[in-house]
Design a protein around this ligand. Structure first.
Ligand SMILES: Cc1cc2nc3c(=O)[nH]c(=O)nc-3n(C[C@H](O)[C@H](O)[C@H](O)COP(=O)(O)O)c2cc1C
Ligand SMILES: C=C(O[C@@H]1CC(C(=O)O)=C[C@@H](OP(=O)(O)O)[C@H]1O)C(=O)O
Length: 366
């Protein structure tokens, strides 16, 4: 229930933060796709941030194993199962938090739904660790996109801990290259200022939220279906399913709501014999379908729940009010890892819709 996503390109994520592994089964991958295992490793590596330990103090080595669906470096057209081993869980930190739900985390909701069977250690199933499964499936989806409709997906942070990038003139390549920096931001000054904010936030025992953006190269027209299966609707569901996500806006998003039609409408112009949008303020879809333009949207992430400051909760065993102080490890912000999960989910949605639109067959070579 709830762990499968997609219609033709189907992704099933499994695993808990403190179980032996997290992983994914991807069904519907066409046959004949060349799988480069080192690319999957590099995508997992982008999520580690171990050079800035306050962003990922657990710093797993992300050793993974492909269990099925790939033979001699080619996909077989059958389900691809991948596990990523959990090796650095320390569950003792969570003993004192059993039945004392952390404010902001999913503990309370899991208790109210599943009773005392929920796993609260390291966030259990609701952990940021689950995004590892999405990164692996996203790496497979990106590989399929590249070898079929030649679409690339990238992401970056536009604001973190209250520090916003000051550039608006960045290109897709700038966004890709931002991942070579300590934080994926296109503005070096913002990177420096954000790191200061993050370091001070940890000293205070607190956490911060942020905003990221996902961009693609030109997506062929026709992805997305009227009216419930719009591309933007499926993308919104895909990214809203990432823990800590609180908002999605396409193109200029909420800024469009404050404009006049004459300011907001993207004029349609002829370029190289094709109808194109002059500006793409709308973010790459009209009527829920791609139109040959890049897709572009922003995602907001709330601050990390586990913080060192005392927080009020209810002891569910005694049914009394209580105060907890978290002593374990926590990411000062979920945003850097979460935006990468949004990038991965975007690739997954694009492959699913390209298959549904008939642009990707079940075997890409025979
Ligand atoms: C990438 C990522 C990293 C996270 N790291 C932490 C963490 O270190 N500590 C913590 O308490 N919660 C962490 N979370 C949990 C979320 O902040 C959030 O509380 C949880 O996933 C439930 O989110 P939801 O209510 O939006 O579904 C992380 C989530 C994500 C996506
Ligand atoms: C392990 C990861 O994130 C974890 C997400 C998380 C949570 O509550 O969501 C809590 C922490 O787990 P632990 O207490 O085991 O260190 C984070 O480290 C990861 O992203 O790889």
């Amino acid at each position: 229930m709830g762990s499968v996503f997609g219609r033709m390109f189907r992704v099933m994520s499994f695993g808990e933060s403190h179980g032996p592994a997290v992983g994914v089964v991807v069904d519907g991958v066409p046959a004949g796709v060349v799988i480069d295992e080192s690319f999957i490793g590099r995508e997992l590596g982008r999520r580690r941030f171990c050079q800035l330990p306050i962003l990922n103090p657990r710093c797993e080595d992300e050793e993974f194993q492909i269990l099925s669906g790939v033979k001699d470096g080619f996909t077989e057209g059958t389900p691809i199962a991948v596990v990523v081993w959990n090796k650095r869980a320390i569950s003792d930190y969570y003993n004192e938090l059993w039945m004392k739900p952390r404010p902001g985390h999913a503990d309370l909701a899991y208790y109210l739904k599943f009773g005392r069977f929920y796993d609260h250690r390291g966030g259990g199933r609701a952990s940021g660790r689950e995004t590892v499964a999405r990164i692996v499936a996203g790496a497979i989806a990106k590989t399929v996109l590249k070898q079929t409709i030649n679409v690339d997906v990238a992401s970056h942070l536009v604001e973190l801990g209250g520090v916003a990038i000051s550039r608006e003139d960045y290109t897709f390549e700038d966004v890709v290259k931002s991942w070579e920096k300590p934080l994926p931001m296109v503005d070096d000054d913002a990177v420096r200022r954000t790191i200061d904010v993050l370091v001070n936030t940890v000293k205070e025992g607190d956490s911060v939220g942020g905003i990221g953006e996902v961009l693609t190269t030109e997506v062929p027209p026709g992805l997305g279906e009227p009216v419930f299966d719009k591309l933007k609707a499926d993308l919104a569901k895909a990214v809203m399913s990432i823990g800590s996500t609180v908002g999605v806006e396409f193109g200029l998003g909420f800024r469009l709501a404050r404009m006049k039609g004459s300011e907001a409408n993207d004029q349609i112009v002829l370029r190289n014999g094709r109808p194109r949008l002059e500006t793409n303020r709308v973010g790459g879809t009209l009527g829920g379908m791609s139109i040959g333009e890049p897709i572009r949207f922003r995602v907001a992430f709330r601050p990390t729940p586990s913080i060192r400051k005392p927080q009020r909760t209810v002891d569910l065993e005694r049914m009394t009010e209580a105060v907890i102080t978290f002593r374990g490890r926590y990411d000062v912000s979920t945003a850097p890892k979460a935006i990468l999960a949004a990038e991965a989910m975007t690739a997954i949605v694009l492959v699913d819709h390209a298959m549904r639109a008939g642009l990707i067959p079940r075997a890409i070579r025979k």
